[in-house]
Design a protein around this ligand. Structure first.
Ligand SMILES: *Cc1c(COP(=O)(O)O)cnc(C)c1O
Length: 410
């Protein structure tokens, strides 16, 4: 089956009393059992029956199962936010004395998570430019527990050669972990490019409506965890097999202990988002390509950055990995920070908000907001410029968005 069909045909495991066609939202903390034996089986993992909603909820399990079937992964875990997904996955592979080799062009909270939060737990961070695989390889040693990067960085829109990174990672026995939020799994098949663990902020494309926060950890079951320098993971492979140690740790230890499983309300809304994900992604990306092309003709705009444009330095690599429509975010550079602020202040259709891939078009000045607490040197090092405005395209007619951009520049 094709992706669009698959995503709509996954049935939930147990029909409810009324045979509802949509997955019911199970708003309950606990689940009742017919016998002491059935209760014991559920608590000890001998049956799949849910016991307590911090550990599993049928609505959340249904979302996980739909994503798992669509991506052909071995397991999917839905968490409360994208950051919870990234934090859970990195906690699963890391341990005191080990290091994470990460891209220096990451979402701001991911930088802080790795450098500060995990740093204080004795996990070393090593940041590199992932568009330069040689630089990445030099930082790997016997204590490296993960390579972590974003497939297209935000807001710089840099593209790494994913196959090359996967080869380097696997030669050294290190899993490749990718944040793929910017191009969803309907369009980019991470497994085929050698990604071992895919992380998604489902707050963005999956939700689509910007109605709730969520995150996904997708395990493709391709990595041999007996090679991990993390003693806990390596030991787990003896019980669950070489390929399932990460999933076992996430599902039975971290979901339960960190308490960040996705709530059933959000899981329900995200299943609605999944139904239309592919069509929204295509339409929003087509609008973005058209608008980026139009913006190139406007003289007040000094630079238009979108990897779907022919003259973008990453165009060829982007085309190979993501196809002709690499997502619905692009940036423009104006002459100064003041002009960027004035432009944003004058927008009438485009909304002044963070978030990406909402159904509404959103604009933000990344340097003074998402990256507002970084120093000038850090911003320069990360390539976040004061003149840049980021635009995330929605489902409006792009001609109206172009008109808004023109009037805001006038
Ligand atoms: C938004 C975002 C996150 C964080 O997701 P939340 O759902 O806000 O926690 C992580 N990575 C990328 C690339 C993002 O865009």
């Amino acid at each position: 089956m094709n992706y669009e069909t698959k995503i709509l045909t996954t049935k939930y495991q147990k029909p409810d009393a009324y045979g509802a066609l949509s997955m019911p939202v199970y708003l309950t903390a606990a689940f009742e059992f017919p016998s002491a034996k059935a209760m014991s089986d559920a608590f000890c993992g001998r049956s799949m029956a849910p016991s307590y909603a911090r550990i599993a909820n049928p609505t959340t399990t249904y979302l996980e199962e739909r994503v798992r079937q669509a991506t052909e992964a071995v397991s999917v875990t839905a968490l409360n936010t994208g950051m919870a997904a990234i934090a859970t996955a990195l906690t699963a592979v890391a341990a005191q004395g080990l290091n994470i080799v990460a891209s220096k062009h990451l979402f701001g909270n991911s930088v802080s998570l790795i450098r500060d939060t995990l740093g204080t737990l004795g996990i070393e961070s090593r940041f590199a430019d992932f568009t330069d695989p040689g630089q990445v390889e030099q930082l790997i040693d016997g204590n490296t527990c993960a390579l972590f990067f974003e497939i297209i960085t935000n807001p710089q829109l840099l593209v790494a050669d994913i196959r090359q990174l996967a080869d380097i990672a696997h030669q050294h026995g290190v899993p490749l972990m990718a944040d793929t939020t910017i191009v969803p799994f309907s369009a980019f098949h991470a497994r085929e490019w050698g990604v071992d663990i895919e992380l998604v902020s489902s707050t963005k494309y999956i939700s689509g409506g910007g109605t709730g926060l969520g995150g996904l950890v997708i395990d493709y079951g391709q990595f041999d965890w007996s090679r991990s320098p993390n003693p806990l993971l390596a030991a787990k492979t003896k019980r669950v097999g070489k390929k399932m140690a990460f999933t076992a740790r996430v599902k039975t230890e971290l979901v339960t202990n960190l308490g960040a499983l996705m709530t059933p309300q959000v899981a329900y809304m995200e299943t609605l988002g999944l139904d239309t994900l592919d069509i929204r992604f295509r339409r929003q990306s087509e609008s973005t390509l058209w608008l980026a092309q139009q913006c190139k003709e406007i003289t007040d705009i000094k630079r238009v950055n979108y990897t779907g444009l022919d003259d973008n330095p990453f165009h060829e690599l982007s085309l190979r990995q993501f196809g002709p429509l690499p997502g619905a975010v692009f940036t423009i550079d104006l002459a100064s920070r003041e002009q960027a602020f004035d432009f944003i202040d004058r927008l009438q259709v485009i909304r002044r908000a963070t978030n990406l891939f909402d159904r509404k078009t959103l604009a933000i000045h990344p340097a003074s907001t998402i990256f507002g607490l970084f120093t000038k040197e850090q911003l320069d090092d990360m390539g976040v410029h004061d003149t840049t405005v980021r635009i995330s395209l929605g489902l409006e007619n792009p001609e109206d968005i172009l008109k808004d951009i023109r009037q805001a520049l006038a």
